[in-house]
Design a protein around this ligand. Structure first.
Ligand code: CP
Length: 333
C-alpha cells in the first residue's frame, strides 16, 4: 500500500474496498485492537475543524496512541513551505525542519490545509500537502487539502454501502448556493471515489463551476474502468430524476480564484434555485441525502430534507472515525 494517504487516486479499488471492510469490522468492536500502542500521531491544522479533529483525536486514542495537535501560527510557529525563500517576512519556521523534527517524535502526520482560493494554477497542485509528503519519511494523511478530502470521501463510500449495499448506485453530486466561494476538495474527492467504486455519477452545477479538467479525465477513466458512468448537467431540477443518493456541496469557481467578490456576484443568480428541497427530492427514487458537514440550513438544504428519515449526514460523520482508524491501522506499522 502507498506510504501516504493523499488521494484515493493513489489506491486501487480493491485496496479502498479493503479499507471499508476493515472500517466496518472496527465499527462493530471499536476498542478491540490497539495497533498504535506507545505511538504518537501529529495532527497539523492550518484551518478549523470539528469532525476531522475530533474523530482523528478519538480514533488515535481508541487505537491506543497519542495525538499531538499543532496549529501553525497559533500553537506552533508560522510555516514557510516554498523552497529557496529568503525568510525575512512573517514566517518563522520552514516545513523542511518542521516535518523532519516532528517525525523524530511521531509515527505519522495528518495535515489539514485548505485552498486559499487565490491562485488556481498553484493551488491545484496541492503545494503544502505535497511539501509535507516530500519531506516526510513517515506516512502523511490528508485531512483536507486544497484539492482532496479522501478521508471524507471514504466515509461517504462506506455510508452508501451501509445504507444501500455494495451494488452500484445512481448518485447525484449537486452544487448548491452558498454566500461565499468554498474550496473544491470535497466535490473532487467525492466524484473521484464514486467513480472508483463504479457508481453511476451525475454532477450538477451552474455553467462556470466545472471541476478541474485533468481530475475530470481521471474520474471519467476510473468510471469506465470500474463499470460506472459519469454525466453532467446544468439543470438543477432534472438532475434529481430517479437518483438514489443526493450529495450536496457548494464550491467556488476556478475562474474566480483571486476574485471572491466576482464569484459572489456571479452566484447571486442561483440563490433559492440551487438548494436541496422537498420538491427536488420528490423527483428522486426515495434518495438518501448526504453532506460532509458543516452545512448551512435553508441555504444548501432545507430543514425538511436534512431532518427527514432519508438524511444520513450523521452516520456519514460517524463513519469518519471508523474509516480513519482503518486508514491509520494500515499505514502506521
Ligand atoms: N467534513 C469535515 O471535514 O468536517 P470538519 O471541517 O468539521 O472537520
Amino acid at each position: 500500500m502507498n506510504k501516504d494517504f493523499l488521494t484515493t487516486a493513489h489506491f486501487s479499488t480493491d485496496e479502498l474496498k479493503g479499507l471499508i471492510d476493515r472500517a466496518i469490522e472496527i465499527k462493530s468492536d471499536r476498542l478491540a485492537t490497539k495497533p498504535l500502542a506507545e505511538k504518537s500521531v501529529a495532527l497539523v491544522f492550518f484551518n478549523p475543524s470539528l469532525r476531522t479533529r475530533a474523530s482523528m483525536q478519538v480514533g488515535i486514542y481508541e487505537l491506543g496512541g497519542n495525538a499531538v495537535i499543532l496549529e501553525p501560527g497559533v500553537t506552533s510557529w508560522t510555516l514557510e513551505h516554498s523552497d529557496g525563500v529568503v525568510m525575512d517576512g512573517n514566517k518563522t519556521e520552514h516545513l523542511k525542519e518542521f516535518v523532519r523534527v516532528l517525525e523524530r517524535y511521531v509515527s505519522a502526520i495528518g495535515v489539514r490545509t485548505f485552498a486559499a482560493l487565490e491562485d488556481w494554477e498553484t493551488e491545484r497542485t496541492d503545494p503544502i500537502l505535497s511539501a509535507f509528503a516530500g519531506y516526510a519519511s513517515v506516512p502523511i494523511i490528508n485531512l483536507e487539502s486544497a484539492m482532496h478530502h479522501p478521508c471524507q470521501s471514504m466515509a461517504d463510500m462506506m455510508t452508501i454501502r451501509e445504507h444501500l449495499g455494495t451494488e452500484k448506485k445512481k448518485v447525484l453530486m449537486t452544487w448548491a448556493w452558498h454566500p461565499k466561494p468554498l474550496p473544491m476538495a470535497v466535490p473532487n474527492s467525492f466524484a473521484l471515489a464514486a467513480a472508483q467504486f463504479g457508481h453511476d455519477l451525475r454532477i450538477a452545477h451552474p455553467k462556470g463551476y466545472e471541476l478541474d479538467n485533468s481530475l475530470l479525465e481521471e474520474i471519467e477513466s476510473q468510471a469506465t474502468a470500474r463499470g460506472g458512468s459519469i454525466e453532467f448537467t446544468n439543470d438543477v431540477d432534472e438532475a434529481f430524476d430517479r437518483v438514489e443518493v443526493v450529495y450536496a456541496k457548494s464550491w467556488g469557481s476556478k475562474n474566480f480564484y483571486g476574485d471572491p467578490d466576482g464569484d459572489i456576484r456571479e452566484r447571486a443568480q442561483y440563490r433559492d434555485k440551487w438548494i436541496v428541497d422537498d420538491a427536488k427530492m420528490s423527483r428522486t427514487g426515495d434518495a438518501k441525502f448526504m453532506h460532509c458537514l458543516p452545512v448551512r440550513r435553508n441555504v444548501i438544504v432545507s430543514d425538511s430534507v436534512i431532518d427527514s428519515p432519508n438524511s444520513i449526514v450523521i452516520d456519514e460523520a460517524e463513519n469518519r472515525l471508523h474509516i480513519q482508524k482503518a486508514i491509520m491501522t494500515e499505514l502506521i506499522k
